[in-house]
Ligand binder design. Structure first.
Ligand SMILES: [Fe+2]
Length: 396
C-alpha cells in the first residue's frame, strides 16, 4: 500500500504563488509510508506508520479474520495524538496465529483552547501477520548490510535471492548497519529503507535496523530511533526466536570520539563499555544459556575489520565476553568485502562479513535455523554462493 505519489496527482493549474511556496502543506492528509512491522514476538508486535498531517491514530486488529480490538499509543496517561510518526504495540496476541489488522488515522485540524478539532479519517486496507509460536522449531531470516543509500539493492537482492520458488526464505529481515551514508531528513529514511520494505514485505514481516557507523552521522541521526521500534528503546539488546538467542550489539562509530568531524558530540567509548556490562549480564541469563544457538549481530566485527579505533575498542570490550560465551556465529558488515572466517586463536566462533554496496560485491546472507543446526549461506548478487556455514547443535 502506498499513497506517496499523491502529490503528483494534484491539479497543477490550481497552484498559486503561495501553493508553490508550500505545496506539501496543501497536500491532503495521507499515509507517507506504512504500516511496517517491528519487534515481533509470540504475543506482541509493534505497528509503525507515518502520516502527512498530525493525527490521532490507532490500530484495529484481532486473531483470525476479525479486527475486534483497538490499540493506541500511551504516554504518561495521554493517548498519543497530534503526531505523525506512529509506534503502536499490540499486546496479548495469540502465539503462532494469523492476525488481521488495519491502521487508522484521524487528522487533528487544531485546538480551540483545550478542545480538539478533528478532520478526515483515513485507513489502510485489511492486512495480516502471523505471530511466531512459543516454541517455534525453525525460522528463516535474511541479512543485508552496507546498502549506503542505494535502495534498489533491497528489491534486487530480495526478489532474486530471497525466495525458493514462490516461497519466501525469511520470517524477518535484518539490516545490519550502514543503510545510509548519513541521514539528513525523514524522507531519506522513507525512500531509502522503509518504503522499499513496505512494498515487498514489511506490512506482514518485521525488519530490524542495526546501527552502523553511518547511522551515527548527519543532522537527522538523533531522530532515527523514533522511526523504528527496539526492545527498551536501545540499539543493543537480545531476543529469542525459535532455537536462537540473538544478541544485537552497537559497534558505534569507527573512529575515535575526539575525531574532529564529530565536533565533540559523540561518546562511543563509554557507550561500548556500558554495553559490555549489559553483555556480561546477558550471557549469564537463562534465555541465553538455554538457547540451542547464540548468534551475534554487530555492524563492525571486532575481528577482521582493520585496525580502526572502533574495531579495536569492540575487540577490547566485547571480545573476551563473546569468547567465553559459547557463541555459535557472528554476522557483520562494514568492510564492504564479503568474507567468512573460521574460528581462530582470536575468536573461538565463526564470523561472516557481508559485502556491498556496489554491483558484483553485494551480498544477501540467508540463515535457516532449526533445533539441530544453523544453515548459513551468503549469496552474491549474481547468485554465486560466496560463503557458507553448517553449524550443528553442540553440547553446551
Ligand atoms: Fe560501516
Amino acid at each position: 500500500m502506498s499513497q506517496i505519489g499523491a502529490l503528483s496527482l494534484l491539479p497543477v493549474s490550481a497552484s498559486t504563488a503561495a501553493d508553490l511556496l508550500s505545496p506539501v502543506a496543501e497536500d491532503p492528509n495521507h499515509f507517507i509510508v506504512g504500516p511496517y512491522l517491528q519487534n515481533i514476538g509470540p504475543d506482541e508486535v509493534t505497528v509503525m506508520w507515518i502520516t502527512h498531517k498530525n493525527c490521532f491514530s490507532w490500530v484495529e486488529y484481532g486473531a483470525g479474520t476479525y479486527t475486534t480490538k483497538r490499540a493506541f499509543g500511551y504516554v504518561n496517561g495521554l493517548i498519543e495524538a497530534n503526531n505523525r510518526v506512529n509506534k503502536i504495540t499490540l499486546t496479548g496476541l495469540k502465539p503462532g496465529m494469523q492476525h488481521k489488522y488495519k491502521i487508522v488515522s484521524t487528522e487533528i485540524t487544531g485546538y480551540k483552547g483545550s478542545k480538539v478539532e478533528f478532520g478526515e479519517t483515513i485507513s489502510s486496507p485489511l492486512l495480516g501477520f502471523k505471530t511466531p509460536a512459543e516454541n517455534e522449531d525453525e525460522f528463516k531470516t535474511v541479512i543485508f548490510n552496507d546498502i549506503h543509500d542505494r535502495p534498489q539493492i533491497i528489491p534486487q537482492l530480495l526478489y532474486r535471492h530471497g525466495y525458493t520458488g514462490n516461497t519466501r526464505d525469511y520470517d524477518f529481515v535484518i539490516f545490519n548497519g550502514d543503510c545510509f551514508d548519513w541521514v539528513t531528513e525523514e524522507i531519506q529514511m522513507v525512500d531509502h529503507l522503509i518504503k522499499p520494505c513496505v512494498d515487498i514485505f514489511a506490512t506482514e514481516f518485521p525488519f530490524i535496523l542495526t546501527q552502523g557507523n553511518h547511522e551515527c552521522r548527519g543532522s537527522f541521526s538523533r531522530q532515527i530511533p523514533s522511526y523504528y521500534a527496539y526492545p527498551d528503546n536501545k540499539f543493543y539488546y537480545a531476543f529469542t526466536r525459535g532455537p536462537v538467542r540473538f544478541v544485537v550489539l552497537d559497534s558505534g562509530e569507527d573512529k575515535a570520539d575526539d575525531t574532529v568531524d564529530y565536533g565533540g558530540l559523540i561518546a562511543f567509548d563509554q557507550y561500548r563499555e556500558k554495553q559490555r556490562m549489559w553483555l556480561e549480564r546477558e550471557v549469564e541469563s537463562p534465555e541465553f544459556k538455554k538457547a540451542e544457538f547464540r548468534v551475534v549481530i554487530i555492524h563492525i566485527s571486532p575481528y577482521h575489520s582493520g585496525d580502526g579505533h572502533g574495531t579495536l575498542h569492540c575487540r577490547k570490550v566485547f571480545g573476551p565476553v563473546l569468547n567465553k560465551a559459547k557463541i555459535d556465529l557472528q554476522i557483520s558488515g562494514h568492510t564492504h568485502r564479503y568474507m567468512t572466517h573460521e574460528p581462530d586463536a582470536d575468536h573461538n566462533y565463526p564470523i561472516v562479513i557481508g559485502g556491498g554496496p556496489l554491483e558484483g560485491n553485494r551480498t544477501l546472507i540467508k540463515l535457516h535455523a532449526t533445533r539441530k543446526q544453523l544453515d548459513l549461506k551468503m549469496i552474491r548478487d549474481d547468485g554465486e554462493i560466496v560463503g557458507k556455514f553448517l553449524i550443528p547443535k553442540k553440547g553446551k
